[in-house]
Structure formats: C-alpha cells, structure tokens
Write a protein that binds this ligand. Structure first.
Ligand code: PMP
Length: 424
C-alpha cells in the first residue's frame, strides 16, 4: 500500500474499509495488553522449584548461615555467577536484593549526593547535571533522572547503538553531561545489540567527558537470547580497562527475567574502589541483602550451563510470540513505508516507528479497540517523542492467540491513522 500514490477517492474508500474493520474489532469487546515487559506466568513457573529448594540447609559453601544478618556484597556463589554472566572479576561484583533498578537508583544517589570520589566529586556541587539518553530508551531510567532533576539530552539510536558521533560531540562539548544510560544488549525498546565499536567508544567516554562521568550499563537482557546463535556483545569493563576508564563503568543485571521477576537477585559490577565507596553507603541503609534468596538462586542456577539451559526454556515460550508480532508487521508493512521496526534476537520488546506524528493516534485507536499499548512517548525523556512515532510492543504476557488478535488490531490502527492523516 503506497499511500502517496492513491487518489483521494481511493483513500476515501480505503478509509471506509479500514473503519468498518476497526468497528468489527471494537464490537468484539477485547481486552488485550501489550504494555509492560514482564514474564508470563508460564515463564515464572519455570523457576517454581526455588520454593523449598534449600530443604532446611541454610549454609552456603563457605559456611555462612544465610539466615543471619551481614554479607553486604552477597554470597560467594552468586558473586561467581554474576561475574560469569557479565564476564568480569568476582571481586568487582556486588550481589544485592531483588531489583537492579534499585542499584541503579542508589548509584545515581551516590554519585549525586556523596560522590564516588569524595564530597567534591558529588554531582550536586555542579550548577547543572545532564545525562545523555539514547532514544528511544527505557522509561524507568528517565524517571530516575527526573527524580534528581538531572536534565536529559536525547541521543538518537541507530541499529548499532547510540549515534556515536552525536554522543561524542555532546560529551566533549558539554562537561555538565555526567552520565549515560545504556541497555547494550537487546536494547529496551529497539532490541538491537551495540556493536563492538560502539561499546569501545562508550567505554572510553570518560576520557573526553568532564570529571566524574559515569556509564550506567544496564545489561538487563544479557542472557535473554531467543535464537540459537545470537549476536554477541563486547565486554564494556574489559574495554574500559584497556582505555584506563574502568572507574567510570557501573554495570547492572538481575535474574528478574530469569527466575521470579519480583523475587530475584540483582548484581552491580564496578571497580573495587567504586564498590568500596558504594558499600559504605549501602551499609548505612541495610545490614545485608536477602542471602537466603541468593542461596536458593545459587542452587537453581549453579553455573552458566544451568543458566543457559534455563534460558532456552524461556526462549521456547517467548520466541513464538515474537515471531507472531514480526510476521504480522512484515505482512502488513514489509512492502510499504507505513512503519519500520527491528527484528530482535532476544530481549522483551519490538519497537515500531509509525510515520511521523501518528504514534499517539495509533495508541489511542488501539486502546479504544481493546488493545492496551505503552503510552506513546513513554520511550523518551519527559514522555516526549519529538517525532511522535515510536511505539513499544511487549508480547511476553498475552497468549499466542491474544498476540495474534492484538496484532490484527494494531495493524488496522496503523493503517487507519495513516490513511486518515493523508486525507486530512
Ligand atoms: N532494566 C531494563 C532495561 C528493563 O527493561 C527492566 C525491566 N523492564 C529493568 C531494568 C528492571 O530490572 P530489575 O527487575 O532488576 O529491577
């Protein structure tokens, strides 16, 4: 369907056809939801053996009674797992509670209020603090910046990660840019993997940035492959060490989308120096993390082989949902310019760009036909997509049948919004 080549009469008759189809969807009174990227109950059940897995033995391999207080940086088994997942040194891992988002928040808090290098390094000593935000990106990262009054500067995403020229120009020219948010593998929401050159460039940003620059490397989807031989992500900490910028790297991941999303284990990877600083503050807020849950996880996932086998079970459940979304998009928009998208090999999202100015309308139309989508703009700082075109599709929770129905409606809404605009 090439909208530009249609006459007004043809557009009008297409609009009538699409409206009739849209009304038939409305009449079905469906309640479908493609909003948040969370695991389905079927996925959560893959880890139900966590419950009762300890069978009364609460001691870990070094004899720590995990029921008691203490162990601010977590148990040894989980440090080993976190280090293996991220490809870093075990002494550069802190194992926390159930949410990596909390660790990210606490790291921003540390950098902002106390500094990682003494009080003079605290960002709040600066007149202005800014973050580079690759867009589209993860809304909860942006919420952390907003909570601290950190100004967010958009950097466009490409299919190899943030536009490195734009990013380096920004960081070089503006020393008030103190950080960047990155989801380097199966980026939320575009699903791409940062290229090796991009990883190296971001790992080295601290060499061209103003003082106290930090890279928030949110590796939430590092083991969340959907295909057998996925693309690989370069090691940011290794690259930073080569460039002498290792103290600028704060890397995060968690088992939220591996085991139980609300009751998993989170990891922070940073240099020993940064971890020591972080632990000092953390030790004021808590006497230690939930080590019993860490031990449960260590038994369920004793090594990388066990983890990989577990992730394959997730992929078996998730992949058909992604395939349905992608084939619906391909069939409807593969031969025209009504929309564009990436085909991710992992993660939780498919990101769809409408023609400029239509995302809000599509989300609204879909909502009125029973398909809930993440609000347009949510993938941008301050909820403002300057081109009003990005929509994040999260197909993990609905059933296959529901994903199929939701995509029929989505496709109809994209076409309808585009044709109506052409007629306006
Ligand atoms: N980072 C990204 C990029 C995410 O998509 C999510 C979950 N949607 C999180 C972090 C949240 O992780 P956690 O549950 O460990 O806080």
């Amino acid at each position: 369907m090439n909208i530009q080549s249609l006459s007004t009469e043809q557009l009008q008759s297409l609009e009538q056809e699409l409206t009739a189809e849209y009304k038939s969807f409305q009449a079905q009174d469906l309640k479908l939801d493609l909003t948040r990227g969370k695991p389905s109950s079927e996925q959560l059940s893959l880890s139900d053996s966590l419950d009762g897995i300890l069978t009364g033995n609460y001691k870990n391999e070094d004899g720590t009674d995990t029921r008691n207080y203490g162990g601010i940086d977590g148990i040894i088994e989980m440090k080993r797992l976190g280090a293996a997942v991220l490809g870093v040194e075990q002494n550069e891992i802190l194992v926390g509670g159930n949410a990596s988002l909390t660790l990210m928040y606490q790291c921003v808090l540390q950098a902002y209020l106390f500094g990682f290098d003494g009080p003079d390094s605290a960002w709040n000593k600066e007149e202005k603090v800014k973050f580079a935000c690759p867009v589209p990106g993860y809304d909860r990262h942006f919420s952390i910046c907003e909570a601290f009054g950190i100004e967010m500067v958009n950097v466009p995403m490409t299919d190899t990660g943030p536009d490195i020229e734009a990013l380096t120009d920004l960081v070089k020219s503006d020393p008030s840019v103190k950080g960047i948010w990155c989801v380097p593998k199966y980026s939320n929401p575009t699903g791409i993997i940062y290229s090796d050159e991009t990883v190296a460039a971001i790992a080295g940003l601290a060499n061209i940035a103003g003082p106290n620059f930090k890279v928030f490397w949110d590796n939430a989807y590092i083991v969340h492959d959907l295909v057998a031989n996925p693309g690989t992500l370069a090691n940011v900490m290794a690259s930073a060490k080569e460039q002498g910028t290792q103290d600028s790297i704060l890397q995060f991941c968690s088992t939220s989308k591996i085991t139980h999303a609300g009751a998993g284990v989170a990891f922070l990877n940073a240099t020993e120096k940064n971890l020591a600083t972080f632990k000092k503050s953390l030790g004021i807020a808590t006497i230690g993390p939930d080590k019993i849950n860490q031990l449960r996880h260590a038994i369920l996932l004793p090594n990388m082989d066990a983890l990989a086998a577990h992730m394959r079970k997730h992929a078996e459940i998730l992949k058909p949902r992604f395939d349905l979304v992608l084939s619906a998009l391909q069939e409807a928009f593969g031969d025209n310019d009504l929309g564009s998208w990436e085909s991710p090999e992992g993660g939780y999202f498919i990101s769809f760009d409408t023609q400029p100015g239509l995302a809000k309308e599509v989300v609204s139309l879909a909502g009125q036909a029973g398909v809930k989508l993440t609000p347009a703009g949510a993938t941008f700082p301050y909820g403002e997509d300057p081109n009003d075109q990005n929509i994040r599709i999260a197909p993990s929770v609905p059933t296959l049948q529901e994903v199929e129905s939701a995509m029929q409606i989505f496709v109809n809404c994209v076409k309808l919004a585009t044709v109506r605009k052409a007629l306006a």
